[in-house]
Design a protein around this ligand. Structure first.
Ligand SMILES: Cc1cc2nc3c(=O)[nH]c(=O)nc-3n(C[C@H](O)[C@H](O)[C@H](O)COP(=O)(O)O)c2cc1C
Length: 211
C-alpha cells in the first residue's frame, strides 16, 4: 500500500464474517463490483487467518469489512478479528488505507446501523479512510420498488436484509446490486487515492534534471 508506485489495479481485500452464508454471498457481490472496476480483489472469510491472509490485509490498498449483524452489532467472530488487530492498530500498519463496510441481518432494520457504525469506528481506530455508500435511498416513495438500489436506505455502508430461513443464494437482488455498487465505489476511490499520492509525491519531490 505504502510504496507509492502507481498501481493500475488497486488491491482490495474483502474481510468478512458469515455464520450461515448470507453475508458470504454478499461478500462475493462486493468483490465482483470491485473487480468490475479493475481492482485486484482477495476475499478473506474471517476465522483462523493464515499468515498469507494477514499479509494480504497488510499490503492491500483497501479493506472492505463485512459482518452479519448479531444482537444488534458486529458478530462476536468479527470482534475477535478486530481485537486480533490491536498490535497493527498501535503500529499504524493499516494507516491511510481505504475502508468501507457492509452488513446483513434478518430484519429490515434489525439495528444493523449499529454494526456499520462499529465497522467505521474500527476503521477510524486504524486511521483508515472510510468510504460511504454513495447512493441515495431507494424504496422510499409511493411508486418506488423494493428492487431499487439501496432499498433499505443506508448511507454509511451497504446494508442487506435476508430472511433468517433463506438459503444463502436467496439474498435480495437489490442488496446484491447494492453490495456490487459498494465494491465498485471503493475500487474507484482507491484508484483515485493511489494516483493522487503518486501525483502529490511528484509535486513535493520533483525529479531534478540530470539526477
Ligand atoms: C445470535 C444471532 C443474533 C442475531 N441478531 C440479529 C439482530 O440483532 N438483528 C437482526 O435483524 N437479525 C439478527 N440475527 C439474524 C441474522 O442477522 C441473519 O440470520 C443473517 O442473515 C445472518 O447472516 P449470516 O448468514 O451471514 O450469518 C441474528 C442471528 C443470530 C444467529
Amino acid at each position: 500500500m505504502s510504496d507509492n508506485t502507481f498501481h493500475d489495479a488497486p488491491s482490495v481485500a474483502v474481510a468478512y464474517q458469515s455464520g450461515f452464508g448470507h453475508t458470504a454471498f454478499l461478500a462475493e457481490a462486493v468483490a465482483a463490483g470491485a473487480r468490475s472496476a479493475g481492482a485486484a480483489v482477495t476475499p478473506i472469510r474471517l476465522g483462523d487467518l493464515t499468515e498469507e491472509d494477514w499479509q494480504t490485509l497488510d499490503t492491500a490498498d483497501a479493506i472492505i469489512f463485512g459482518t452479519a449483524t448479531y444482537m444488534g452489532n458486529v458478530s462476536a467472530a468479527f470482534q475477535t478479528f478486530a481485537e486480533q488487530t490491536g498490535r497493527r492498530c498501535q503500529q499504524g500498519t493499516w494507516r491511510d488505507k481505504v475502508a468501507a463496510g457492509f452488513t446483513n441481518s434478518g430484519s429490515k432494520s434489525g439495528d444493523k446501523l449499529n454494526s456499520l457504525v462499529s465497522l467505521a469506528v474500527f476503521a477510524a481506530q486504524h486511521h483508515m479512510h472510510w468510504v460511504n455508500l454513495g447512493l441515495g435511498p431507494g424504496w422510499n416513495h409511493s411508486t418506488a420498488s423494493a428492487d431499487e438500489l439501496n432499498r433499505l436506505g443506508f448511507w454509511l455502508g451497504a446494508a442487506a436484509a435476508t430472511d433468517v430461513d433463506a438459503n444463502p443464494d436467496q439474498v435480495h437482488p437489490s442488496d446484491v446490486a447494492t453490495c456490487e455498487h459498494l465494491g465498485r465505489r471503493v475500487a474507484e476511490v482507491t484508484r483515485q487515492l493511489v494516483a493522487g499520492r503518486v501525483a502529490a509525491q511528484a509535486v513535493t519531490e520533483p525529479v531534478t534534471a540530470g539526477a
